[in-house]
Write a protein that binds this ligand. Sequence first.
Ligand SMILES: Nc1ncnc2c1ncn2[C@@H]1O[C@H](COP(=O)(O)OP(=O)(O)OP(=O)(O)O)[C@@H](O)[C@H]1O
Length: 790
Amino acid sequence: MADDGMLLNFELGGAPIKSRVKFKGGAWRDRVKAQKSVKKWQQTDDDPSRPPKRPRTDEDATDRQSKTQKTVTPTEIRPPSYAMKTGQISSSVFTSNPTAVTSFNEPEEEEAEPAQPSNAPLTDEAENFLALGLSRRVSQHLAAKLGMKAPTAIQKNTIPQLVKEDTDAFLQAETGSGKTLAYLLPIVHRILMLSMNEDGTSKDTQVHRNSGLFAIILAPTRELCKQISVVLEKVLRCAPWLVCTTVTGGENKKSEKSRIRKGVNILVATPGRLTDHLDNTKVLDVGTVRWLVFDEGDRMMEMGFEDDIRTIVTKIRQDKLSKQNKEGVVLDGILPARRVTILCSATMRMDVQKLGDISLEDAVHITASKADMEKDAESGAADEALFSAPAQLKQSVIITPAKLRLVTLVALLKSAFARRGSMMKVIIFISCADSVDFHFELLKSAAPPEKPKPSDDAPDAPVPKPNPHIATTAAQAAYVTSPASPIVMLHKLHGSLVQSVRTATLQAFTACQEPTVLITTDISSRGLDVPAVDLVIEYDPAFAVPDHVHRIGRTARAGRAGKAVLFLQPGSEEGYTSLLNSATPIVPQLYESILQKGFASAIDLPPPAPSAETEKQTWMSRAENLQLHFEQRLLTAPGGQDYEDTLKENKWKTAKAAKNSRNAKPKGSPLLDAGRQAFRSHIRAYATHVRDERKFFDISQLHLGHMAKSFGLREAPGGIGGGALRRTVRPSEAKTHSRDKSSSTASRPAPSRRDHDGDEELGVVDEGAARRMKEKMMSVMNSTNEFNLG
Ligand SMILES: Nc1ncnc2c1ncn2[C@@H]1O[C@H](COP(=O)(O)OP(=O)(O)OP(=O)(O)O)[C@@H](O)[C@H]1O
């Protein structure tokens, strides 16, 4: 907790003042200081010989800020009676903040000429799908039904290769450049050719769903599998006799088996579930499989799917390749004469090379630019530096002190939605599932959701029923609305949610007609194609640069415009921008400008509002007010009882009773619990940045007290490290861990998957991170028993 800039939360006028105000929260130094200040203030006020105090004004505050870079909270944001009653103290968010080491000038105006999109469909009239070797049926379907007349660059380079050749391939191109169709179209075209002649007439032999499984597409998450299968279904509408299906974790295995039994030509799967079916589903015959596609292959490796992938590759290769299917249809000549493996990713990391070693044989490396391909062919290796964000994506960075992170985020969202229609969809990336849950609860409106109304166009039409699956993951947002956008919807998504909720939430976010925000973990960073995402905010930086590229790639897709904002803290984190490879400069934004813009007008604060909005308020006082409001919300129990009082009561009970009551969880603010849990998980997650980037994300440089502020907490809670540290590394995992380390300098031992996301995928514990965290906790908090260490 900071040792200055405290706000004293006590009653100033009217009611008689108690002789002694007790303070809680914060460090003991803060409490003593506060106690002294009260005494001094009481003495001063009682002394009639002293001149009356001049009330502080906003100008005072602004003036001080400009001279000393420190701000004292103006009088009008004096805390409310609630805080006065409890004697809580809270340090100002504007004091004791570290300043940025890099000096920069904020650009005056936005760049006039936006950069040419680098992932858009090609504009040359001669470019079309027919010319790439696809059948007329497929090309016409793409143009007429899917609105796709011209290919993108990666499609132009991939489709002819996969239509004519039977070699393995590694597709690598920017996010949002159309890689999915680049591999799907040649597969569909060649399967279609089993039933059709070159001139488009039908052959005597028609293949159908029972004619064999020809392609398996693997993707790391269920969402991505679902998305791929939706695209595939749309393409297959030009050949309705062909069938695709998905098998993913979280679905009913029985119904998956029965779909496989009915017959399927293209299967989209997560690696874990496919391995399970290969072992247990006898009707799954892979003898006719000609294509094995790994979409986001590096992510699968990173998530610990290596063993599953090895099993899948071995099983499929072991199975003798059938030259014709069981109905006697000759496959060779039309389908590849060998099993073709395709890897696909926007980023190149060591994981993907390893996957290539497992699955590829003499693969061609296909990129969006022929020049890049030639360069790679000459050097014999793909150049990671070639792969950056789309050129038209405008990136900026805000160096924000920890204490100001939360209010700066709200200010940023507020100005994003200040003009109707300028921003419709925003994604916020946060480090872990607990933190996503907390921020969703904190930012959502307490008001009950508006009931769906009959449509103006069809007033008699039945009113749609609210979807029960999104009852806890979609809500109206508070704080960030504006007169132009009176309704802003909030959604949350992470791997700890059940699959039906995940699917429904993503659908709701995609279909939302109001301005909307999705708060999510890295589960949404890969491959997800939500049209028209205008802004991506990395509130917590990604754990590795390739993840950053994928996260910001959720906007500026297929040639559209997009913006991405990265939050960093002053100090070592600032150096992180030197790692980010961007076609256009990453523009710095001052957090003061964000706050000034966001809080230029009044914020409508629900109770407990620290003070009523007055004419005198400035952006700074509004920011301070908002922070206080958040802190008070966390401290206010649903029944009005102070949660801290409950905890204190428990402390003085006998050890056994205290233990029981701890176990029984005292009745109190669930938001405070959520905030503490989010803080702990966030700090644990912070320790798991990839090794090469840890010098920028050094846990020993984190100010835990300041960081706690950004979770609306007045002090850093204990218990950090318990979960991560208690977990032991099994010998087999330790082996994987060391293998990972030896194979890649940039590879991240994956402790994070379950910890951050709560997803079902596995990882191993990073012992180094745990040790560093332990040391940090010991030194900062000087307490061992709080964290269950050892
Ligand atoms: N030829 C095309 N013309 C117009 N739009 C296209 C074309 N090809 C793909 N798209 C659209 O581009 C968007 C991005 O495609 P896709 O999801 O395949 O990108 P990607 O390269 O796989 O991205 P990521 O690396 O993020 O997974 C989709 O909305 C898709 O419909």
